[in-house]
Design a protein around this ligand. Structure first.
Ligand SMILES: [Zn+2]
Length: 236
């Protein structure tokens, strides 16, 4: 079996933002004026900023006091980043990092990939770790791409259940493997900060496809190897 733990990664801005910046530079050099993508993004940014200011007023705050002056802009920027997964094309992101498996048949596991997402019911963060395994068919994927796939689906309004399934489906679609296994364990701030106010409880979800679905010994092998914080309770 081959596996690696994900190391802490530096956060990079969404690629859409980079492309737009490059477009702007290109437009400046070649004197092209029309930038519908960038202009639309800017208009949307302005609207989110205005709505954030409006929300501060509705919450009884003074958006003109010093500490809040730049808050609407920061809120717009952070929400855009935290939902940047919507605009990302998975295949473009992979950028050719799918390779011939060269006869390798054993489980490939990337363990403890950190993720940060927003629950779609409260727009509050949930965050934790995902472990992803697959049984190669004819293709394998560059290992560093698995955390990037997780980010594409984490950076949008989510349910942990859907996130888990989407990561499994993405690998199914990209690699046509013999099976995929995904487990996620997360803290939900909507549970910790409000309502039931349970600070320590974690939520675990799993998704199995192909051979993982039909073969309990493979599931056990995966769950044992995924171990630690990524492991759901026994019996799954
Ligand atoms: Zn929630």
């Amino acid at each position: 079996m081959r596996y690696e733990s994900s190391r802490p990664r530096t956060t990079s801005p969404p690629s859409a933002g980079i492309e737009e910046t490059l477009d702007l530079h290109g437009a400046g050099r070649s004197s092209v004026i029309a930038l519908p993508g960038a202009a639309a993004a800017e208009a949307r940014h302005g609207r989110i900023e205005a709505l954030s200011r409006e929300m501060l007023l509705e919450l009884g705050e003074d958006p003109d006091r010093e500490g809040l002056l730049r808050t609407p802009r920061r809120v717009a920027e952070s929400l855009e980043f935290l939902t940047s997964g919507y605009g990302q094309d998975l295949r473009a992101l992979l950028n050719g990092a799918v390779f011939d498996a060269e006869g390798y048949r054993e489980m490939v596991l990337v363990r403890d990939v950190e993720f940060y997402s927003l629950c779609e019911h409260h727009l509050l963060p949930f965050f934790g770790r995902v472990s992803v395994a697959y049984l190669p068919g004819r293709k394998v994927i560059g290992l560093s791409k698995i955390p990037r796939i997780v980010d594409v689906y984490a950076r949008r309004l989510q349910l942990q259940e859907r996130l888990t399934n989407q990561v499994a489906s993405a690998l199914e679609e990209l690699l046509a493997p013999r099976g995929v296994a995904v487990t996620a364990t997360a803290f939900h701030l909507c549970m910790a900060m409000r309502g039931v106010s349970k600070q320590q409880s974690q939520t675990a979800t799993v998704a199995f496809t192909g051979d993982f679905k039909t073969d309990p010994s493979l599931r056990r092998e995966f769950l044992a190897a995924a171990g630690g914080r990524g492991a759901p309770p026994d019996g799954l």
